[in-house]
Write a protein that binds this ligand. Structure first.
Ligand code: ADP
Ligand code: ZN
Length: 216
């Protein structure tokens, strides 16, 4: 399976990615995670990406596309992958299609998580991430057992810098202007699946699975 996860920031891509990855046994490639890892390790890529991410802007395609191409060339992506956060604009989508075409491959499905801006803003304000294992929590519907502590590993929870309300507004407008056109792009190709991302994570996952079964 070659799947792309689409949806505005905070629509639950990361949460669904964990479930999809388990179900299909495919590697989960999150460009956001790759950038955050690079920022933490102070790499050249990290230093370049940081200024864009903290403003809620897209990292330039020249950087992003290279990272994804390298990752997709790794052996574990041979038979399938789940892309989360890429592509995020039309040029990225076209590069992805062309790259796959070259080796006679194509995407099987693009899963679009549909959530209103109102709910997105609420969710982001309540999102907390584990500083040590990366698990994400939401104080509204998936609270950790102990305040500020990860259930899984005991790590400290933090608020992502780009989840600040000012930055969230920018991320939503970047999504609307640059990423949303991909919904129509993939719809035309007949591989788009849109599911309601406002249900519980488990219900949304079941919707994704049943929609995947219905694809030709
Ligand atoms: P979210 O989906 O919650 O906005 P991500 O973790 O996917 O968060 O991405 C965080 C940030 O990383 C984005 O706001 C953007 O600055 C950068 N980024 C991630 N993926 C891409 C991409 N494909 N192209 C450009 N920038 C990206
Ligand atoms: Zn943890």
């Amino acid at each position: 399976m070659r799947i792309v996860l689409l949806g505005s920031p905070g629509s639950g891509k990361g949460t669904q990615a964990i479930r999809i990855k388990k179900k299909f046994g495919i590697p989960h490639i999150s460009t956001g995670d790759i950038f955050r890892d690079n920022i933490e390790r102070n790499t050249t890529i990290g230093m370049e990406a940081k200024s864009y991410i903290s403003k809620g802007l897209l990292v330039p395609d020249s950087v992003t596309i290279q990272i994804v191409e390298n990752r997709l060339a790794e052996d574990d992506c041979k038979d399938g992958f789940l892309l989360d956060g890429f592509p995020r604009n039309l040029p990225q989508a076209e590069v992805l299609d062309k790259g796959l075409e070259k080796t006679g491959k194509k995407l099987d499905a693009v899963v679009n998580l549909d959530v209103t801006d109102e709910i997105i803003i609420k969710r982001m304000a309540n999102r907390r991430i584990c500083s040590s294992c990366g698990e994400s929590y939401n104080l509204l519907f998936s609270k950790p057992a102990a305040d500020g502590i990860c259930d899984k590993c005991g790590g400290k929870l933090y608020i992502r810098e780009d989840d600040k309300p000012e930055t969230v507004v920018n991320r939503l407008s970047v999504y609307r202007n640059q990423t949303f056109p991909l919904v129509e792009y993939y719809n035309k190709k007949g591989i788009l699946i849109t599911v309601n991302g406002e249900d519980s994570a488990d219900k949304t996952f079941l919707d994704i699975l049943s929609s995947l079964e219905r694809l030709p």
